[in-house]
Design a protein around this ligand. Structure first.
Ligand code: MG
Length: 159
């Protein structure tokens, strides 16, 4: 019998002027970047949380604590790599991932394909199995004011 598991992840980071912005493993040209202990790749963090959620293994903060020197400034692609190792050792593979980035600016359209390519490569998937979407919040709330960004991620795992 096929064992199918779904997982969802959600992450928010505050934005500040002059910090680099990384989303989905890609450097984004932006006047603001995420305040974070790691490189602040909020998209990868939500994706890792979705994968961990599907495995019922807790959350990203449990596995990669933001109090640890080991993870200070770390490239979040490494966190995704390590999370994928947990997926494999639990005997699962990823069927697909769907990520929605909620951010007022900059426009993310030029970065969608590079993000999909980067994530698909790390996850060992065809790009057709990795979706990245972007939305604004129509200038409403903290996202709309450009104070932060949020990412929602959903994954399906198959054993
Ligand atoms: Mg985070």
């Amino acid at each position: 019998m096929t064992d199918i598991r779904t997982g969802n992840g959600y992450d928010v980071h505050a934005l500040a002027e002059g910090l680099p912005l990384f989303l989905g493993g890609v450097r984004i040209d932006s006047p603001t970047g995420c305040i974070a202990h790691s490189d602040g790749d909020v998209a990868i963090h939500a994706l890792c949380d979705a994968l961990l959620g599907a495995l019922a293994l807790g959350d990203i903060g449990k596995h990669f604590p933001d109090t640890s020197e080991e993870f200070k400034g770390i490239d979040s692609k490494i966190l995704l790599h390590r999370t994928m190792e947990m997926v494999a050792s639990a005997g699962y593979r990823v069927s697909n991932a769907d990520i929605t980035i909620a951010m007022q600016r900059p426009k993310l359209a030029p970065y969608i394909t590079p993000m999909r390519q980067t994530l698909a490569e790390i996850m060992g998937l065809e790009i057709s199995r990795v979706s990245v979407k972007a939305t604004t919040t129509e200038k409403l709330g903290f996202i709309g004011r450009g104070e932060g960004c949020a990412v929602y991620a959903t994954v399906l795992l198959i054993k």
